[in-house]
Design a protein around this ligand. Structure first.
Ligand code: ZN
Length: 198
């Protein structure tokens, strides 16, 4: 890309390293940024560095938040004895959008994948088991219906079963291999209501 000056090339390179951004989109974004008012570019850069600096895992459910406890864990109106286990914060957001789930969550930040060498210790499982020492009535496993998601669900149910806590799995009306965040709210609700005992 030596037809661009080195700083433009660097900007394009950085942008194209982002997921879903090919070199064409990266160029388009780079030139868009160069045409933006300096003040707006500053705001964009600041929102990125500030978010990176201040956002961490919720102490309770491990979702991403800028406070010690996320708004869901802080909300005493919610049913803290029902924990829905999801793979990532975007899955949590998908269920929140339905507006019908009243329990709390646990975010694993991944799924077990023997193929990729991701084991139980590489996701936030220990924290979940620790939470079960408290007053918990039901754990709803809402990992994706991919091979990894199913493997994770099986593993978790085997861990929890001996404790006597009710373990359920969302219904498999959810398309196989489908990412939870792309599934519409009606399907998600149906999957939740039709959950089965493990
Ligand atoms: Zn939380």
């Amino acid at each position: 890309m030596d037809y661009y000056s080195s700083q433009i090339s660097r900007l394009i390179e950085q942008l194209s390293a982002l997921p879903g951004i090919g070199s064409k989109s990266a160029q388009r974004l780079a030139f868009h940024i160069l045409h933006m008012p300096e003040e707006d570019v500053k705001k964009l850069a600041e929102s990125m560095t500030e978010a990176k600096k201040n956002i961490h895992y919720c102490k309770e459910c491990l979702t991403l938040t800028d406070e010690e406890l996320c708004p869901i864990c802080r909300n005493m109106q919610r049913d803290h004895r029902t924990i829905m286990v999801v793979e990532d914060t975007r899955d949590l957001a998908a269920y929140e959008k339905t507006g019908k789930y009243e329990g709390v969550y646990h975010v694993l930040h991944g799924a077990i994948s023997p193929m990729l060498g991701i084991g139980p210790n590489d996701i936030r499982l220990k924290e979940l088991i620790h939470r079960l020492e408290g007053d918990v009535e039901e754990v709803i496993i809402a990992t994706n219906s991919s091979l990894e998601g199913e493997t994770t669900a099986m593993y978790i149910s085997k861990l929890i079963k001996p404790t006597g806590i009710r373990v359920t799995r969302i219904a498999s009306g959810v398309p196989v291999g489908g990412d939870l965040e792309y599934i519409d709210e009606v399907t998600l609700l149906r999957a939740l209501e039709g959950r089965v005992e493990l």
